[in-house]
Design a protein around this ligand. Structure first.
Ligand code: NAD
Ligand code: 0WE
Length: 255
């Protein structure tokens, strides 16, 4: 019996074959899950649709998480198609590119609002619509990064957004536990994806993983995928509110 047999869920945040969401989707599919996908805009649909279809998905809907109407429409589609929902993967983040370069003290009100809205509030917005569909319980997993807890040069307003995201995971977990809905996040080490492209000195972050992390190497989308699979499956039936590091041990080090 496969781990995700009979389970259905939505994946937010697939952009291309480099996406962490793709690493997660492949592991879930291999364990028998039935998947639905959302994509941000038409430009991305061209890439996302073939990938999603290759995993047998037919629920593939546009959803800008800044829009409550889009999120409503997404969960309406899931309700019509499936009736109930077992899991949600939230793998979405955005800040103005400029805000990941300038000194943090120069972050604008609008830049702060945007990063927190797309990268943190969106988890709450999605959970809110998922709850009524998770009638027999469920599991929600989001993606975070060490920059929420420690200062990582240039991560800036995204670090603040991830701190809010991680706190949101705990508040959601505390509230939804009695409905048997679990909420966790995976804190991944740096991985080369679209969201990492154009980040100043990103290659340095990868090099630091190779040289200084306990495992002396970077981690892959597939390794993140396997840990998310665990959190979404019944193997993690007693686990909620956790921030689970998948970073080759990098975070444990002091110096
Ligand atoms: P990615 O670019 O493949 O994924 C980011 C996704 O966010 C994209 O699919 C994009 O379309 C989506 N998105 C952005 N704005 C959106 C909006 N308004 N509405 C809906 N979707 C929107 O990059 P990734 O690295 O796979 O990022 C996925 C998650 O993993 C993010 O939360 C990121 O912070 C987190 N993460 C990434 C790394 C890394 O090093 N790549 C490390 C730790 C955590
Ligand atoms: O969460 C992220 C990236 C999030 C992100 C990336 C971009 C680039 C393109 C959010 N918004 C944008 N906006 C864009 O216009 N990561 C964990 C990857 C990442 O980003 C960094 C990192 C790491 C690791 C930025 C600075 C330092 C390290």
């Amino acid at each position: 019996m496969k781990l995700m047999e009979g389970k259905r869920g939505l994946i937010f945040g697939l952009a291309n074959e480099m996406s962490i969401a793709w690493g997660i989707a492949k592991e879930l599919k291999a364990q028998g899950a039935e998947l639905g996908f959302t994509y941000l805009n038409e430009a991305l649909e061209r890439r996302v649709r073939p990938l999603a279809e290759s995993l047998g998905a037919d629920l593939i809907v546009p959803c800008d998480v800044a829009s409550d109407e889009d999120i409503e429409r997404t969960f309406d589609a899931a309700r019509e198609r499936w009736g109930e929902l077992d899991f949600v993967v939230h793998s979405v983040a955005f800040a103005n590119r400029e805000d990941l370069k300038i000194p943090f003290s120069q972050t604008s009100r609008d830049g702060f609002k945007l990063a927190l809205d797309i990268s943190a509030y969106s988890l709450v917005a999605v959970a809110r619509r998922a709850i009524p569909l998770m009638k027999e319980g469920g599991s929600i997993v989001s993606m975070t990064y060490l920059g929420s807890q420690r200062v990582i040069p240039n991560y800036n307003v995204m670090g603040v957004a991830k701190a809010a995201l991680e706190a949101s995971v705990r508040y959601l977990a505390a509230e939804l536990g009695e409905q048997n809905i679990r909420v966790n996040a995976v804190s991944a080490g740096p991985i080369k994806t679209l969201a990492a492209s154009g980040i100043a000195n990103f290659r340095e972050k990868l090099k630091l993983m190779d040289e200084r992390s306990p495992m002396r190497r970077c981690i892959s989308q597939e390794e993140v995928g396997k840990s998310v699979l665990y959190l979404l499956s019944d193997l993690a039936s007693g686990v909620t509110g956790e921030i689970h590091y998948v970073d080759g041990g990098y975070n444990i080090q002091g110096a």
